[in-house]
Every structure is written in structure tokens, then in C-alpha cells.
Ligand binder design. Sequence first.
Ligand SMILES: *[C@@H]1O[C@H](CO)[C@@H](O)[C@H](O)[C@H]1NC(C)=O
Ligand SMILES: *[C@@H]1O[C@H](CO)[C@@H](O)[C@H](O)[C@H]1NC(C)=O
Ligand SMILES: *[C@@H]1O[C@H](CO)[C@@H](O)[C@H](O)[C@H]1NC(C)=O
Ligand SMILES: *[C@@H]1O[C@H](CO)[C@@H](O)[C@H](O)[C@H]1NC(C)=O
Ligand SMILES: [Cu+2]
Length: 262
Amino acid sequence: MKCSVTLLLSSTLLCPVNAHYLFGRLILGGKWTNTWEYIREVSPVQGMDPAFAIVAPNTEPNSPDLRCGRNASVSWSQVKTATVRAGDTVGFAAGEPMLQGDRKPWMYHPGFASAWLSKSPTEDLHAYAGDGDWFKILVVTGRTEQSIDLSDPENNPYDPMKAIWGTYRADSWNFTIPAKTPPGKYLLRFEHIFPNQVDAQFYVNCAHVDIVNTSGDIGTPGPLVKIPGVYERGQPDVYFSSYAEGFNISTFVSPKPAVWTG
Ligand SMILES: *[C@@H]1O[C@H](CO)[C@@H](O)[C@H](O)[C@H]1NC(C)=O
Ligand SMILES: *[C@@H]1O[C@H](CO)[C@@H](O)[C@H](O)[C@H]1NC(C)=O
Ligand SMILES: *[C@@H]1O[C@H](CO)[C@@H](O)[C@H](O)[C@H]1NC(C)=O
Ligand SMILES: *[C@@H]1O[C@H](CO)[C@@H](O)[C@H](O)[C@H]1NC(C)=O
Ligand SMILES: [Cu+2]
């Protein structure tokens, strides 16, 4: 587990043992699918305690692991392709395996989430490394109707400094595939970033989806970016502390690119 010394010494323990997660389950047609059924399996960190190794976050913005998770730019698991209509709602759920000792799989850390699409140049999604163009279809910063109910005793105690973030402690997140998305085979990527001044943590996974039945006009998605390449170490909208005095979630603008709404 990568926790910098400065963090461990600070009064808020930012990286306790129950601190990591992954998104192994696609929510399809309102149902939670099995772990790694539609999502590319990731590899554990080699040589790390197995209790932490599979869920350990990536902290290198320039790593190819930023695309789909550790060792998942190559599709080696038996992942299925989900057929999704443009305009449908899908979701990602924090899934088993989870960190040993955690209460449940959830987005433990405060931070912001996003979802992305990248079209495979061929019909064979398994062969696609995700090195093409990506566009963003969702950003979640502050609380929404999907955020956890803070009045529910199940969610207490909670940290009010963290509960400003919409995804805080949520076990899943749902969103719509834009209605004008061009049909085709795509990698659908979910990303949760725990911002930090030194080592922001990137939690990312990718599903295989076949987008069909785009209604009406087919749009032109953009802006297009490459992953990695979209973030650089130290950029102020990723490498910051939301515990800092003066941080205001209502004026926080998440990093580029902008969301394509179709
Ligand atoms: C997402 O949708 C699934 C299926 O309807 C549901 O079980 C889950 O609670 C939803 N997640 C959130 C955060 O609302
Ligand atoms: C990547 O996954 C393959 C297939 O499971 C495995 O053989 C290989 O050891 C993994 N590499 C790393 C660096 O985890
Ligand atoms: C797509 O549209 C066709 C024609 O309207 C219909 O037959 C088919 O069931 C639709 N597919 C999905 C997945 O909705
Ligand atoms: C945060 O920003 C909003 C919108 O500009 C503003 O209304 C609010 O007063 C700010 N809160 C604090 C604590 O500064
Ligand atoms: Cu962590």
C-alpha cells in the first residue's frame, strides 16, 4: 500500500487499512452483474500482501494502468460484452474482492468520479488496448440524489469533511450512456480519484460494451483525449487536499476534458 510518510504522520490518517476499492461489477438492466463478468480483470501488485494487492490504487498518472486498472490494457480475462442501448442507464459497483477487514465494498475515499468511453477500432474488443481516443460522459463532484443518506444510522459515523463529495461511501454509481453515442464496441471506463497533494489515488476499471440503437442523430463525441496523458502529476485540480481551509466543493471544477452530453 502506498501511503506517503507525510500522510501517515498527519493528524488525519488518510490511508488506513480499509481504504481501497475497485469497480469489478457492471450494473446492467438494473442488476448487479458478477465481479469480472463484464469488467476486465486486474492483477494484484506483485509482492504485496494479498489482503491489499488487488485493490491497491494506482498513483502514477503516466502509467498505462491508468486506462483500465493494473495489467488490464491487455484483455486476458474471460470478459463478456454487454449490449447497451444508447440512452440506457448503466452503473459500476464496488465489488468483491474487497479489502479484508473493510465494512463493505464502497468508495471509501472522498473524491470525484467520472465515466468515459473509447471506441475499439475493430469488432474485437479483447484486442483493444485502450490506446485510442477517450471522451468523458459523466462527472460527479458534490452530492446528488445517488449520494448516501447521511441520516441513515447505517452510514454513521461519517466524516462531514468527506461527506461533501457525492460518491463518498456509495457502493455504486449509475449514469446514462448519451443517446447520440455512435454505435460500436467500446471500453466503458469508470474512474474515482482521491485527490491528494502528493500522491492522488486513481481507482479505474473498464467494461466491454456494445452500444446499439442510437436514436435520431448520431453525435460527434469530444473533446477527445489519450489515457494516460490526460493528467500530469501536480496539476492543481487533482493534486490538492479537500480538507484544506478554503476548499469549497460548490466552486470546485473537476479536471479536463469536459463532459460530452451527446
Ligand atoms: C444503481 O442502480 C442499482 C440497480 O438499480 C442500485 O442497486 C444501486 O443502488 C444504484 N446506485 C446508487 C448509488 O443509487
Ligand atoms: C498480467 O496478467 C497476466 C495474465 O493473468 C499474468 O500472466 C501476468 O503475470 C500479469 N502481469 C502483471 C505484471 O501482473
Ligand atoms: C434495436 O432496435 C431493433 C429495431 O427496432 C430492435 O429489433 C432491437 O430489439 C433493438 N435492440 C435492443 C438491444 O434494444
Ligand atoms: C462556496 O461557494 C458558494 C458558491 O460560490 C458560496 O455560495 C458559498 O458561500 C461558499 N462557501 C464558503 C464556505 O465559502
Ligand atoms: Cu486508499
